[in-house]
Design a binder for this molecule. Sequence first.
Ligand SMILES: NC(=O)c1ccc[n+]([C@@H]2O[C@H](COP(=O)([O-])OP(=O)(O)OC[C@H]3O[C@@H](n4cnc5c(N)ncnc54)[C@H](O)[C@@H]3O)[C@@H](O)[C@H]2O)c1
Length: 423
Amino acid sequence: MNGKPFDIKDLSLAEQGLRRMEWADREMPVLRRIRERFARERPLDGIRISACLHVTAETANLVRALQAGGAEVALCASNPLSTQDDVAAALVHFFEVPVFAIKGEDTETYYRHIRSCLAHRPHLTMDDGADLVSMLHKERPGWMAEILGGTEETTTGVIRLRAMAREGVLAYPIIAVNDALTKHLFDNRYGTGQSTIDGILRATNILLAGRVVVVAGYGWCGRGIAMRARGMGAHVIVTEVDPLRALEAAMDGFRVLPMMEAAREGDLFITATGNIHILDRPHFEVMKDGAILANAGHFNVEIHIPALREMSVGEPRRVREFVEEYTLKDGRRIYLLAEGRLVNLAAAEGHPSAVMDMSFANQALSVEYLVRHGRALERQVYPVPREIDQAVARLKLETLGIRIDQLTPEQERYLASWEEGTS
Ligand SMILES: NC(=O)c1ccc[n+]([C@@H]2O[C@H](COP(=O)([O-])OP(=O)(O)OC[C@H]3O[C@@H](n4cnc5c(N)ncnc54)[C@H](O)[C@@H]3O)[C@@H](O)[C@H]2O)c1
């Protein structure tokens, strides 16, 4: 590692991590093409990037693409439970990436690792949840002049960054990768849908068929989770606060209830709102004995764990690797998965690589865009340029071997005109 600092669990896991990266790479043809072009064109030469992302095999392949483009990347985790320790080792050992991430790190270590990643003195930041950007603004205001821009991966991070822009404190432009259609329509919906169910099943091995599953939030993630839970035979109830989304859930065929009513019926609760205290004391008070709680939203605040703890007798009992049993005063037991953190990343492996292929293609191309145009942008949150979104969709179709039609000149003219009506 040429004396560069890093902090990971165990370097001897590197071979295993490399195999995992190679397996993921098979499913990431779009990112691979970008990597090959980057290797030829070197658009990121001399650029230092501090990235705070889930340290998974897919992220490792993104890092490889950025390196191929000439960037020097430092990486830390965007969640204390999502790191794949073998992948972290592979990045350090085979790719000389300074990685600061250990699965299960405590909150203090988590923030220390972000600090170490920032010590890389980035020209660009890549974030998933905005913890790195937030720390940079609070602790290193003097470094802003060197920064060209940043990218943000998830809904919650985009919301935080927009709040910073609104208050006039955001010091450099950010591209909201989450808002690209080729990101959230697929990653948040199909990725979270499948991997959340995967995480819950790996953690519990419960049968979903016939169970009542309550999905809180019918956004992109919630839609995917509800769809996949139904596909496995669960009776799905949706809770919402947005009338349009509630209506959509109802018309998609789900029961829609206020959480206070759903709480009495659910066997399994999955939160995906990006909001706080969706499951709270009044809900725990009426839940069935044996209810299982899981979260797929970005932060571990959707389930009010301190309230659950206060209502319980004694310490929670770990009954399986990612399952903690809370016994309430009246003897009912409630099971919390993965400490209320992103269950798909903590108890499973996060999204399938094929979907991260598109999210990370957007990341790589947005980074390239920021290197070219960052200096000309305002201190605002920007959408991913439409050309990038379209290019990612086109490339993905191409690599899937799917061909589509093209507008004829006549059709183009027709769509651009207003004169012709009924004939
Ligand atoms: N687990 C993962 O891998 C993963 C992947 C992508 C996004 N995320 C995270 O998941 C969360 C949701 O993301 P999204 O893209 O679906 O966001 P979204 O904005 O599309 O959906 C959130 C939904 O929750 C609803 N909501 C808010 N407060 C509520 C409440 N009190 N009760 C019921 N519903 C409520 C909103 O009305 C909205 O419809 C975010 O925190 C995001 O960062 C997680």
